[in-house]
Ligand binder design. Structure first.
Ligand code: IPD
Ligand code: CA
Ligand code: CA
Length: 280
């Protein structure tokens, strides 16, 4: 897909009760703006991958590179050039608040530790929400060229082909994926006890290092389930919609429907959900 400069008319986005969200924003246009933004960031990160980086620490093991920051700038500038009145939540620069009910939630580089170690498993995640409900999400691994995306109610896609979650019926037949939060030292015993229970009950567990990719791999059936805690909206907003649109279930560990501001996430093919809830 080639970079395109997109300019769309700005619609008045004041939502009133009963207004259909599709009446006030053209989701296909929003999707194309998201695609344009992720394409620019993906081209940039692919170019920078494998080179030396200036690495700063946000915490003891929480890294940020100049590439995270520049990719985020590219994404925000692309979105605001078309939708100057939309609000933004982005991992590295925080919030650009606005009156609009439309909000973009951005992780410019999910898997920074992998990126910093030249491991080609990282992604960009961009979600678009109206009145706090995610209605479009896109996740791309710039190195593999895989782009996952979904619009609410219209299915989930990987590079243009519709995807579905796996049909695995039991945990004992399942391949799982998880991640560990940066504050893991404070909760390590609980994390390991949970990991042990799931490891014993399943066919195996992987730790890829990009929550957005973990979710997309559940959506396309490579994994049967994913759980993690202490994630942020930018890690999960796009991927959670993609899982749901692919037929999966996304909740917290108490089976409440997952909202992107929730700290716990369990995403599965639906068939193993209850069994996994029992272990978490
Ligand atoms: C991290 C990745 C990782 C997960 C961490 C996240 P970042 O995001 O998604 O897989 O285990 O909890 O914070 O910091 O690379 O954007
Ligand atoms: Ca992240
Ligand atoms: Ca990040």
């Amino acid at each position: 897909m080639k970079n395109q400069e997109l300019v769309f008319p700005i619609v008045n986005l004041q939502l009133s009760m009963g207004t259909n969200m599709r009446d006030i924003i053209d989701l296909k246009q929003a999707r194309d703006v998201g695609f344009s933004a992720i394409q620019k960031a993906a081209d940039f990160l692919r170019d920078r991958f494998g080179q030396a980086h200036s690495i700063k620490k946000k915490g003891a093991i929480d890294l940020v590179t100049e590439a995270d920051e520049y990719a985020e700038r590219l994404i925000i500038d692309t979105i605001l050039a078309v939708y100057p009145d939309h609000s933004i939540i982005a991992e590295e620069s925080g919030n650009v608040p606005a009156q609009s009910p439309c909000q973009w939630v951005i992780d410019p580089l999910d898997g920074t530790t992998n990126f910093a170690h030249n491991l080609p498993c990282f992604s960009i995640s961009i979600a678009f929400a109206v009145n706090d409900e995610t209605v479009f999400g896109v996740v791309e691994n710039p190195v593999s060229g895989e782009r996952f995306w979904a619009i609410k109610g219209e299915g989930a896609f990987l590079n243009g082909k519709e995807i579905r979650v796996s049909s695995t019926m039991s945990l004992s037949e399942s391949l799982l994926v998880t991640g560990f939060p940066y504050d893991l030292k404070t909760i390590i015993d609980m994390l390991m006890a949970r990991f042990k229970r799931c490891l014993e009950a399943s066919q195996g567990i992987r730790r890829l290092g990009s929550a957005a990719i973990d979710l997309c791999y559940v959506a396309c059936g490579r994994f049967d389930g994913f759980w993690e805690q202490n994630l942020h909206p930018w890690d999960t907003a796009a991927g959670a919609l993609i899982v749901r649109e692919a037929g999966g279930i996304v909740t917290d560990f108490s089976e409440r429907p997952h909202l992107s501001n929730m700290k716990e996430i369990l995403a599965t093919n639906g068939r193993i959900h209850k069994e996994l809830i029992g272990l978490l």
